[in-house]
Every structure is written in C-alpha cells, then in structure tokens.
Design a binder for this molecule. Structure first.
Ligand SMILES: *Cc1c(COP(=O)(O)O)cnc(C)c1O
Length: 391
C-alpha cells in the first residue's frame, strides 16, 4: 500500500482520535523501525515508553510465542503459574508485597484509586474517600483517571467526572492545604511525563512521604511511565529514597503487550478482597510470559547501569546542541526545550528525516528503548542536529 492509501484507509476506518505522523511502520529491530517502502527510522520513542527491549527482542518474542502456543488465557477463575511467577518477580525486585494485574496504565491507576478509597472507608468511614493529585499530572483516559489528571484541558466533554479529586502544586504548603479530614490518599508521578518531563523535587517527595505516614494518608505513585528501568532504577521511587504504599506500572512492563499492575505494600496488601476488583484479561499468561523476560533483564544491576550511562550520554549530547535551551529528566526519560521552532514542528521534521521523537508541552521528549545502542543513539542525534540546524 502507498502511504497515501494507508492514510486514506486510516481516516476511513479508524476514529479520528489521534494526530498521526506520516509514517506507516511495519517492522523493527531494537531501536530501528522500517516503513512500507523500506525507509529506516531511528526510534527515540519506544512506542511511548513501552518497548523496553526495543522491537522484536528475540528472547521476549520467543517467550511470548511459546506461551501463545501453550496456553493463551484461562481467566482469573483458575490458578495461573506463569502469572503467579510474574507477580513474585515484581515483588522481589520492588520490595512490595502483593500485585493486582490489569491491562493498561489507566486501569492500573483505577485499581490504585479503588484500593485507596477502600482503605480510607474501611478505616475511617464512608466520607474518607478523597484523593489529592498534582497540577500538571497525567493519570490516564478513563473518566476517573481523567478526573485524577490535574490539567483543565482534560476536563471537558465527558461530565460528570468522578468526584473526590483536588489538585495541589508540587509543594508541601499546597498539599497540606488540599488534604483534609476526608482525604485517603495523595497520588503523584515522580517525573511528570505527559506534563512536560518535570522531575519533582526530592526534598518535597521525602517531606510528602513523612506527611502521609503521619496522617495515615496513602501515598500512591504512578510509575506507568517512569517504572521498569526507564529512569535508571527499576522503579523511580528508589532514586527518590522513598517507598510508596501503592505503585502502578504498565507501559514497559509488557515490553509491547498490554499489561498493567498495581503493587501494594504490607499495609495495603489485603485491602482489596474477593469480589472487590477484577479483570477478564488481567494477568493474561502471554502478557505475563513477556513481562517475565522484561523484569528479569531490566532488574539486572549491569543493565540499569547501562541505562544510566546511555541517559547521561544522550543528555550531554542534547545539552551541547546550540538550539537546545535546557534538558530535564532522569535516565532515558528526557525532555529538551528547543530555542527554535516548536516541539511539534520539529518532531514532524524529524519523522520525515528518519527519526521518531515525542513531544510533551514545551519539550521534545525522548523515551528510547532501554536497549538502544550507542550507534543508534548517535545516528538519531545526527538527524536531530540537522533538523535543528535547518529550523
Ligand atoms: C501513559 C500513562 C498513563 C496511561 O496509561 P495507558 O496505558 O495509556 O492507559 C497513566 N499514567 C502515566 C504517568 C502515563 O505516562
């Protein structure tokens, strides 16, 4: 199919919910993708932070294929050894106690929100169900996770939204003012990804952890984007020196297959009981077989060390570019603010030139596969430098 035909059929048969780049991708290997005409693209997006091991990692693909050819799904009415093993691995690498499997980031966050409300109402009564989130946050696209998202732009069209959310600035004064006697949880990202790659202040996070513990308000951390090695530690909270009560994960956890997870600490491990929550696909054996490959590979200290090194290399290269004003982020989750053109226009030009990049608010956003090679990084950076020069 020609690109024009593909675009026309996309417009004909799929709802127009996405502004797509003009590239029809059909194949990939590590951090390189190819379109229908055989044109190569260096991938600095990993499908929005999903393909932790790049495209078509042989071990991941083999594990997924083997599970698909053995037992693809059994429902949560029966015991699934591959699912249990995946949860055990997640607990081992995170220090959390128990896992609920969902199928996406928004769904994992829904689970975290339900858990927090149940904890609050179990311990303190019916009214104790309010949750404070942060301004400029992003927590998903369901009606409830949109309500949790602290950006007015997401609060149109779909009223009435779920009640009980209020939004604070990422500062203790503001959080203290927002938390009242009916608050059961504070729900945050450690680096606001969709909000423009803004890492939160470690001193604020430490103070917030202490405050939540004192008030018996749960601290929920949305690690859907920052988790699974993205920032150079398995979870980002490790680098902040805190332990959340509940963590949500998704994106990279499946390495390209849909999976989400809610991880609870000891205090929260038994909040959700029989009938309180569920999912038909949650803990799907094929997704879990892939996730095991991801968790084992990414939790290796040598692998995480390489992520930090590649992150430092990418950051230094971006900081050297005269058209880049500033760089923020952690590990291989970086945002670069251009001094020329706009992130949207630059991303478009990069795509035409054979480089896939993301944008978030005022920055070009980089979420390359964690396995990207130095050579692929250099190739991508060379394309970006050209695009910036011409802008
Ligand atoms: C992507 C993202 C989500 C939503 O995940 P989906 O899988 O698209 O539902 C939620 N929170 C954060 C921080 C994200 O980056």
């Amino acid at each position: 199919m020609s690109l024009e035909t593909t675009k026309q059929q996309d417009a004909q048969y799929l709802m127009h919910t996405y502004a797509r780049f003009p590239a029809a991708l059909v194949r990939g290997e590590n951090a390189t993708a190819w379109d229908e005409d055989g044109k190569a693209y260096i991938d600095f997006t990993s499908g929005i932070g999903v393909n932790a091991l790049g495209y078509a990692d042989p071990a991941w693909a083999a594990a997924v294929a083997k599970q698909a050819g053995t037992l693809q799904h059994i429902s949560n009415l029966y015991l699934s050894p591959v699912t249990i093993e995946t949860a055990a691995l997640l607990c081992k690498v995170s220090g959390m106690q128990r896992v609920f499997f969902a199928n996406s980031g928004a769904e994992a966050n829904e689970g975290a929100i339900k858990l927090a409300r149940k904890y609050g109402t179990d311990h303190y009564g019916e009214r104790h169900c309010k949750i404070v989130t942060l301004k400029n946050s992003f927590h998903g696209r369901t009606v409830t996770t949109l309500a949790a998202t602290g950006q007015d732009a997401f609060h149109h069209h779909f009223t009435p939204f779920t009640e009980g959310f209020s939004y604070a600035e990422p500062a203790m004064e503001s959080v203290k003012a927002a938390v009242d006697e009916d608050t059961c949880a504070v729900f945050i990202e450690l680096i606001q990804g969709e909000g423009g790659v803004h890492p939160l202040d470690p001193a604020f996070i430490k103070a917030l952890r202490d405050f939540c513990t004192e008030r018996d308000v749960l601290l929920l951390v949305d690690e859907v984007q920052t988790g699974i090695g993205r920032t150079g530690s398995f979870f980002c909270y490790e680098q902040y020196g805190i332990k959340p009560d509940v963590v949500s994960a998704a994106k990279a956890l499946g390495g390209g297959l849909p999976i989400g997870a809610v991880l609870a600490n000891e205090k929260c491990a038994d909040v959700l009981g029989p009938g309180d929550h569920g999912s038909t696909f949650g803990g799907n054996p094929v997704a879990c077989a892939g996730a095991q490959v991801i968790i084992r590979r990414v939790s290796d200290p040598a692998f995480l060390q390489e992520v930090r090194e590649k992150g430092a290399f990418l950051r230094a290269a971006l900081e050297k570019m005269p058209q880049i004003e500033s760089v923020r982020g952690l590990g291989l989750m970086l945002g670069a603010k251009p001094a020329v053109s706009t992130p949207g226009e630059l991303a478009q030009k990069c795509c035409e030139a054979g480089l896939l990049v993301l944008t978030a608010k005022d920055v070009l956003r980089f979420l390359p596969p964690l396995t990207i090679t130095k050579e692929e990084l250099q190739k991508g950076l060379a394309i970006l430098a050209h695009v910036l020069q011409d802008a």
